[in-house]
Design a protein around this ligand. Structure first.
Ligand code: SF4
Length: 394
């Protein structure tokens, strides 16, 4: 059946969604010039090979079609190209993605198509090529404007590179621009967090993501911390930077709509909101995850293993899990608490409501008769609160 709508005298035909088919897709681009000090993402440090990347993705798509349980819908609502460093793949990479996914699937009038870029290789040519392909949201990995901090992280751009990349993006017509910043850096770097926030606000991004630095065991930073060669700020320093950022960004008009994400009105990330609301999504590329209730599955993390399997049209899966009712409940609580959506109170036992009232007394949550939401102070202890609430519902 075809739905039809009359729009200003033009008959618009929209294919109905395919039952069970999925409208949000993440594609992982694995290549980086070098690995940052703190990074534990699924990265291949090598010159980029766009042709091999697109070939492997095409093989994975065809394997998905044959398997038939995670199918892309006829039109997508969100597409997100993350990495790694997608901008390393060059100006034509997103046209390659368009050819791969197909014009029809990318034809939704309101498609949100995000791609991540690093300032050092986000050139005018890349910006123009990506806009031409249809990318309409850019996520720039700025991280800091403090040159010693950028060098310490292993980033390849300097403070001016970040400003230039924003100018290039705006000149190419990107009207939805997000920037990433990292907080919680070691004190010896003498990075001034407030100053970085001010520098960021001067660029007038539409969306800001804040990430607290963590020392994952398998990273050079993790090893340096374990061996006592580096020291991250303690809880108090981390909290102070996070809470001061939330206040500063609120003052500048950015809504904290998720623990790490802040947007001007109308600029919330629709793709990431799919993850946080428990809706289904497909992940393509090495290390990418897919989810459709109750199944979560993920691809081989290693690029070479992924590529070999996917290019031969095999499903490049590493593993999968079926979420049982207990895991689903825990995950729903965690997802609800991390966003402004919060937790609906209707139907909850009185012990859970009492628990949330205690959070409110401590300034960790606010509640009305329908919903409870964490405050920024509550977000700092979100994992503990998730477990507390779950124990009331178990
Ligand atoms: S650029 Fe990003 S993905 Fe690449 S190594 Fe650095 S943090 Fe990791």
């Amino acid at each position: 059946m075809i739905d039809s709508t009359e729009l200003a005298g033009v008959r618009v035909l929209e294919p109905p969604p395919r039952p069970g088919a999925i409208q949000s897709v993440y594609i992982h681009a694995p290549f980086c010039t070098r690995r940052c000090f703190y990074c534990d993402f699924a990265v291949k440090v090598s010159p980029p090979d766009c042709a091999a990347w697109l070939k492997a993705l095409a093989g994975e798509l065809s394997a998905l079609e044959q398997e038939g349980t995670f199918l892309l819908d006829r039109t997508l609502e969100t597409l997100y190209i993350g990495g790694g460093t997608p901008s390393l793949l060059g100006a034509n990479a997103m046209t390659g993605v368009r050819n791969l996914i197909g014009d029809e699937r990318l034809g939704h009038f309101d498609l949100e198509w995000t791609a991540e870029a690093n300032p050092e290789n986000f050139t005018k040519e890349v910006a123009t090529g990506w806009r031409f392909a249809g990318v309409n949201r850019l996520s720039l990995g700025i991280q800091s404007f403090h040159a010693p901090a950028l060098r310490w992280m292993g980033r390849l751009h300097g403070p001016d590179g970040a400003r230039l990349a924003v100018d290039v993006a705006r000149a190419a017509g990107f009207e939805n621009l997000s920037v990433d910043l990292i907080f919680g850096l070691p004190a010896h770097l003498e990075r001034e967090w407030e100053r970085d926030l001010d520098e960021t606000l001067l660029l007038e991004p539409d969306h800001i993501s804040l990430y607290g630095l963590t020392a994952e065991a398998a990273t050079p930073l993790g090893r340096a911390v374990a061996e006592g060669r580096e020291d991250l700020p303690g809880e108090a320093g981390y909290e102070q930077e996070y809470l001061s950022a939330v206040a500063r960004l609120a003052e500048a008009g950015y809504e904290a709509y998720e623990v790490s994400n802040f947007a001007l009105p109308g600029f919330q990330s629709r793709h990431n909101s799919v993850y946080w609301s428990g809706e289904p999504y497909i992940g393509l590329g090495n290390g990418a995850h897919s989810y459709r209730h109750p199944v979560r599955r993920w691809n081989s993390r290693d690029w070479d293993a992924y590529r070999t399997r996917a290019a031969g049209a095999g499903l490049p899966l590493e593993d999968s899990e079926e979420l049982d009712a207990t895991k689903v409940r825990l995950e729903r609580i965690w997802l609800g608490l991390r966003t402004r959506r919060g937790i609906a109170l209707q139907g909850l036992p009185s012990s859970a409501r009492d628990r949330m009232r205690r959070w409110e007394e401590k300034g960790l949550a606010v509640a009305n008769e329908n919903v409870a939401r964490l405050t920024p102070k509550g977000w700092l202890v979100m994992d503990r609160l998730t477990v507390e609430l779950d124990s009331e519902l178990g």
